[in-house]
Write a protein that binds this ligand. Structure first.
Ligand code: ITT
Length: 202
């Protein structure tokens, strides 16, 4: 039975959300950095699940005793044929700031009315468990692209992603509020259930 969960991400904002959601699962939750693992995995899959599987399986080879989780996530904008999708982190270049990425997306939606600005955050989580098996869960959250960026919380595309229930962007919500319904929260809760069902955590 594994004693630690390593979450295979280099994104510290994700890690904060993940630790909050997995707290109380009975296992120690570590980032790759905290586990002393440094590896840049090429995410060359065609869908979120495939990228999450690639990441989890690669890291698991370096930590065969641990339960390794990895996610791949992104923003799908319906009007832009689901762009940026799996390329969310790489949209306009990995090093381009989110201020610029967000402004560019807002520009591409200039003049488009609210009903056609629908979008969703998608998160696939893969678990690589000791023994070599890998399985995935998926979570989504539906929303729309607002007319301007708002809010300072969260990260990435949060300032332009609005949810009807709150009438504000997800960057205007606290981490607790966002985690309660977010794509990553939903995928992680489904993964927690799956891990309990399979007897890996209690
Ligand atoms: P790792 O691969 O190391 O986990 P990453 O930032 O490259 O970190 P992804 O490949 O999963 O992560 O890219 C997801 C991108 O999608 C992320 O960088 C954000 O731009 C966006 N994204 C995902 N979840 C988000 C969220 O909750 N809020 C805002 N933007 C999000």
């Amino acid at each position: 039975m594994a004693e630690r969960i390593i979450f295979a991400t280099g994104n510290q904002n994700k890690m904060k959300e993940i630790k909050e959601i997995l707290s109380g699962c009975g296992l120690e939750v570590l980032s790759m950095k905290e586990a002393g693992i440094e590896l840049d995995v090429a995410e060359d899959g065609a869908v979120f699940e495939e990228n999450a599987r690639i990441k989890a399986a690669e890291i698991a080879r370096l930590a065969p005793q641990d339960l390794v989780l990895a996610d791949d996530s992104g923003l799908e904008i319906d009007y832009l044929n689901k762009e940026p999708g799996i390329y969310s982190a790489r949209y306009l270049g990995e090093d381009t700031s989110y201020e610029i990425k967000n402004q560019a997306l807002l520009y591409r939606l200039s003049g488009v009315e609210k009903e056609r600005r629908t979008a969703r955050f998608v998160c696939a989580i893969a678990a690589a468990v000791p023994g070599g098996e890998v399985f995935t869960t998926r979570g989504t959250v539906e929303g729309y692209i607002g007319l301007k960026p708002a809010g300072k919380n969260g990260f990435g595309y949060d300032p332009i992603f609005y949810v009807d229930e709150y009438g504000c962007s997800t960057a205007e919500l606290s981490m607790e509020q966002k985690n309660a319904f977010s794509h990553r929260g939903n995928a992680l809760r489904a993964m927690k259930e799956e891990l309990v069902r399979r007897g890996f955590i209690s």
